[in-house]
Design a binder for this molecule. Structure first.
Ligand code: ZN
Length: 290
């Protein structure tokens, strides 16, 4: 995303309007019009969404921001050094490959990271498919199916393009101002670093709506089942979060997600609708994690 560094020569004259300001206003107005008129139908969910970026831009932004995001939270654990990190990647890939997520435009771009932060209880996704779980949350999970529940929920956010949608909604102005600012600075390397920094900043403040969270749970449950995991393990993930919230330090995941008790009830009712005669025992809980 570059907004015309080429338009400007040295500001040698002080006469007339401030060209940069005018350009910025034009770009901002343009962005607003695009936002209002640009309705895309999500190819996977069929939902109409206002999204200011293409799938390729989402992927690029997520990839650009991933290292910085990881570094902010203890760093990504090398899967060659730690079997837990390798397992996170394996379960994530399995969920994608064995579910309808494999036919989404993000299928080839999912990466799953274990973050070296034992104190923080959190999981999140960047746009385009970069998915993170902290050691603090991983170590509280009992088995593979619970891990699949956490990752499936994040895959649900990605496929439903929640991050891109929220960014288009709330922070469009900031993004544009930033784009103009760095576009005008003309420094390419500085540009992409600034984009990554802004992205990380935005992502760490991003709050999805309650509807987004319900949708991510619903899709996560479906991906779990399609990959053969017992979807009722997601209820146990909620119990883990409820338990963690009784400690002195509130789990970070609760700052961005609805109350786990409420989610537990909603998940229970989704499972009740999906499996009126009970969740079949043909599903697996997979490997125990501890
Ligand atoms: Zn979520």
């Amino acid at each position: 995303m570059s907004y015309g560094g080429a338009y400007y020569d040295e500001p040698s004259q002080n006469r007339g309007p401030n060209l940069r300001l005018v350009a910025a206003l034009i770009v901002a107005a343009f962005g607003f019009i695009i936002y209002m008129t640009h309705t895309e139908v999500n190819p996977v969910t069929g939902k109409k969404q206002h999204i200011g970026m293409s799938v390729d831009q989402e992927k690029a932004l997520g990839l650009e921001a991933a290292p910085e995001m990881a570094a902010k939270m203890g760093g990504a654990i090398d899967p060659r050094r730690d079997p837990r990190a390798a397992f996170v990647a394996r379960v994530g890939r399995k969920l994608v490959e064995l579910s309808e997520a494999r036919s989404s435009p993000y299928a080839d771009n999912f990466h799953f990271y274990l973050l070296d932060d034992p104190q923080t209880v959190n999981a999140f996704a960047l746009p385009g498919g970069q998915i993170f779980i902290t050691e603090g949350l991983y170590d509280k999970l009992a088995d593979e199916a619970e891990l699949a529940g956490v990752l499936g929920h994040e895959i649900g956010h990605v496929v439903n393009r929640h991050a891109a949608e929220q960014m288009a909604k709330g922070r469009l102005g900031e993004m544009l101002t930033l784009a103009v600012g760095i576009g005008a600075s003309g420094d390419r390397r500085g540009q992409s670093a600034a984009m990554a920094a802004a992205m990380v900043n935005q992502m760490s403040q991003l709050h999805f709506s309650r509807d987004d969270e319900s949708e991510a749970d619903r899709y996560g449950l479906r991906y779990m089942a399609q990959a053969g995991y017992d979807p009722s393990a997601m209820m146990d993930v909620m119990k883990v979060l409820i338990e963690a919230s009784k400690g002195t330090r509130q789990p970070e995941i609760l700052a961005t997600h609805p109350n786990p008790g409420r989610r537990l009830e909603e998940i229970r009712s989704i499972l009740g609708e999906t499996y009126p005669s009970g969740v079949p025992d043909s599903f697996t809980r997979g490997r125990p994690l501890r």
